[in-house]
Design a protein around this ligand. Structure first.
Ligand SMILES: [Zn+2]
Length: 177
């Protein structure tokens, strides 16, 4: 059976995240991530590292790290706060172990992208396209899941948000404050 993350109840609040601009990494794990990306930048995966650094936000240990000059939209904030919730619920070690495996990463990203779809911030097709982007699946460690697999994981997650009692209003409200 595949892994399915827990879902927050309507009326609850997702963890509030601090906003930081890369490379202002604070704490041990974020610094390790910073070093890994720096090493990737210098050799094995330089185009991946460049794309990650310039175009993607990432949440590590309670902070959103933004590329310089890239704003944080409501949609993105919801997505990243869902990751903050996942880390809190699973515990950091389990969360990172899950995220390190392709199937765990797909389930965790599907839940985060599905929150944006249910909130009405993003279309289903656009979410599928985003999940399969190579930035999540850096060669040589992983390769992008086929669109059908991403689409089925996303569709399960959209359904699970519904089963947890959510609609677009309640899901947006998870970000208050
Ligand atoms: Zn994500």
């Amino acid at each position: 059976m595949s892994f399915s993350p827990p879902y927050p109840a309507p009326g609850s609040t997702l963890p509030v995240l601090e906003l930081r601009t890369r490379p202002d990494y604070v704490g041990f794990v974020p610094r390790v991530v910073g070093v890994v990306v720096r090493i990737a930048e210098l050799g094995v995966a330089s185009s991946w590292a460049q794309s990650f650094n310039e175009s993607y936000h990432t949440t590590i240990r309670g902070s959103i790290y933004s590329p310089p000059g890239l704003p944080v939209s409501d949609s993105l904030l919801l997505h990243e706060r869902v990751h903050g919730w996942q880390e809190k619920q699973l515990g950091s070690v389990a969360y990172y172990c899950r995220y390190a495996t392709p199937s765990g990463r797909l389930a965790l990203e599907a839940q985060a992208y599905a929150s944006e779809v249910v909130a009405g911030y993003r279309s289903f097709d656009h979410a599928v396209e985003s999940i399969t982007k190579p930035v999540y699946w850096p060669e040589p460690w992983a390769s992008s899941p086929p669109a059908e697999r991403a689409s089925s994981a996303l569709s399960d997650a959209v359904q699970a948000w519904g089963s947890a009692g959510h609609d677009s209003t309640s899901i947006r409200a998870l970000c208050n404050p």
